[in-house]
Ligand binder design. Structure first.
Ligand code: IPM
Ligand code: MG
Length: 364
C-alpha cells in the first residue's frame, strides 16, 4: 500500500514530538513493505509567521491531496495578541476540522498497567484498570455556532456564543459511538446537561431513539456533565464509551488523559464521512494536548501521544491494524521498561523527547 500523508507539525512542542513520531511511522511501514509519501506544511503560528495566515492555501491543498493528516499542535503566547479569530487555534485547527467535516473525535483513555502509579487516582480505586474511549462531537456546538461581541445600552458589552445542534449531527456521531462500543464492552454513557440545555434535551432523545432502533445490543446510560466530571475521578472503570458534545468532550478528555497518566499520552483521531483513495476514512490525527510553550525547545515533551496518533492513523485511514498494534506495543514496552519522559516519570529519572522516541523505535 502507498500511504500519502500531510504532516502539519505546528508550533512549540509540535515539531519536536512530530520529529520523534515520523521515524517510528517510517520504520513500521518499511518493515511491512508499505511505502510512505509525506510532505510537511506550516500550520497555526508557523503559518502566520511564514505565510501571513494560520491555514495557508498550500497547506490546505496538501491536506486535500493526502489520504490523512498527521497534525502536531498549534497556538501559544507568541500569537495571543492577534485578533481572537485570527489566532492559530480558531484560524487553523477549527477550519480544518470543519472543512473536512471531521465530526467524530475519538480519544482513547487507556491506563497502561505500568502507569498506574502515575495516575492521580489511587490504585485501590481502579482494581480493574481504566479503559474508555471518548467520542466527542467535533464540528458543532459552541465552537461553531454564531458568535458576536457588541457594545450595548449603558456602555455595557455583550459577548455571545451559541450552542447549535441538529438531529442529523447527533445521529451521525451516535453511529460512531455505536460502532466503537460494539468493538468493546457495548456500553455508551451519554454526557449532557439535559436539566438545563435545550440542545442536551435533543441529544438525549436522538441518542436513545437511535440506539433503540439500530443497536439494541448496546446499553445506554445518561449522565449530567457535572456528575460525569466527578464520576470520572470516583470510578473511572464504570465507563466504556463516553459520547458527548464538542465542549463537554474537550473538557472531559483532558480529565480522562491525566487519569490515564498524562495529557502527553492521549492520542486522537478526528474522522468524518470522507473517504481517502483507499476507500477508508479520511482523518486528522493529533495529540489531545496542546503546544506546551513552557517546555518547548527543551527536549522535554512526551512524544507518545503523537506516536500513538500515528498508530490511530494507520488503523483508521489505512486499515493497517497489525502495524498500529506494533506501535502501541512498542510504546507500552518502552514504558514498562521504565523509560519515561518527565510527565510520566513520577519524579524519577526521565529521558528527553528524542531519547523516548528512539527507545520506542528500537522496540518496534
Ligand atoms: C483539543 C484542543 C482544541 C479544542 C483547541 C486547541 C482549539 O483543546 O483538541 O482538545 O478545544 O478542540
Ligand atoms: Mg482540548
Amino acid at each position: 500500500m502507498h500511504l500519502k500523508i500531510a504532516v502539519l507539525p505546528g508550533d512549540y512542542i509540535g515539531p519536536e514530538v512530530m520529529a520523534a513520531a515520523l521515524p517510528v511511522l517510517e520504520a513500521v511501514l518499511k518493515k511491512s513493505g508499505h511505502t510512505l509519501e509525506h510532505s510537511t506544511h506550516d500550520v497555526g503560528g508557523a503559518g502566520i509567521d511564514n505565510h501571513g495566515k494560520a491555514l495557508p492555501d498550500s497547506t490546505l491543498e496538501a491536506c486535500r491531496a493526502a489520504d490523512a493528516i498527521l497534525f502536531g499542535s498549534v497556538g501559544g503566547p507568541k500569537w495571543e495578541k492577534l485578533p481572537p479569530a485570527e489566532q492559530p487555534e480558531r484560524a487553523s485547527l477549527l477550519p480544518l476540522r470543519k472543512h473536512f467535516t471531521l465530526y467524530a473525535n475519538v480519544r482513547p483513555g487507556l491506563l497502561l498497567k505500568n502507569l498506574i502509579d502515575t495516575s492521580p487516582i489511587r490504585p485501590d480505586r481502579i482494581p480493574n484498570g481504566v479503559d474508555m474511549v471518548c467520542i466527542r462531537e467535533l464540528t458543532g456546538g459552541l465552537y461553531f455556532g454564531p458568535k458576536s461581541t457588541k457594545e450595548i445600552e449603558g456602555g455595557d458589552i455583550e459577548a455571545i456564543d451559541t450552542m447549535v445542534y441538529r438531529k442529523s449531527e447527533i445521529e451521525r456521531i451516535t453511529d460512531v459511538a455505536i460502532v466503537t462500543a460494539r468493538a468493546r464492552r457495548k456500553h455508551i454513557t451519554l454526557v449532557d446537561k439535559a436539566n438545563v440545555l435545550q440542545t442536551s434535551v435533543l441529544w438525549r432523545k436522538v441518542v436513545a431513539d437511535r440506539i433503540k432502533a439500530t443497536a439494541p445490543d448496546i446499553t445506554l446510560a445518561v449522565m449530567y456533565i457535572d456528575n460525569a466530571a466527578m464520576q470520572l475521578v470516583l470510578k473511572p472503570s464504570q465507563f466504556d464509551v463516553l459520547l458527548t458534545e464538542n465542549m463537554f468532550g474537550d473538557i472531559l478528555s483532558d480529565e480522562m488523559a491525566v487519569i490515564c497518566g498524562s495529557l502527553g499520552m492521549m492520542a486522537s483521531a478526528s474522522l468524518g464521512a470522507n473517504r481517502n483513495r483507499h476507500g477508508l476514512g479520511y482523518g486528522l490525527y493529533e495529540p489531545s494536548g496542546g503546544t506546551a510553550p513552557d517546555i518547548a525547545g527543551q527536549d522535554k515533551a512526551n512524544p507518545c501521544a503523537q506516536i500513538l496518533s500515528a498508530a490511530l492513523m494507520l488503523r483508521h485511514s489505512f486499515g493497517l491494524e497489525a502495524e498500529a498494534k506494533a506501535i502501541e506495543l512498542a510504546v507500552e514496552k518502552t514504558i514498562a521498561e521504565g523509560i519515561r519522559t518527565a510527565d510520566i516519570a513520577g519524579g524519577g529519572k526521565a529521558v528527553g523527547t528524542k531519547a523516548m522516541g528512539a527507545a520506542i523505535l528500537a522496540r518496534l
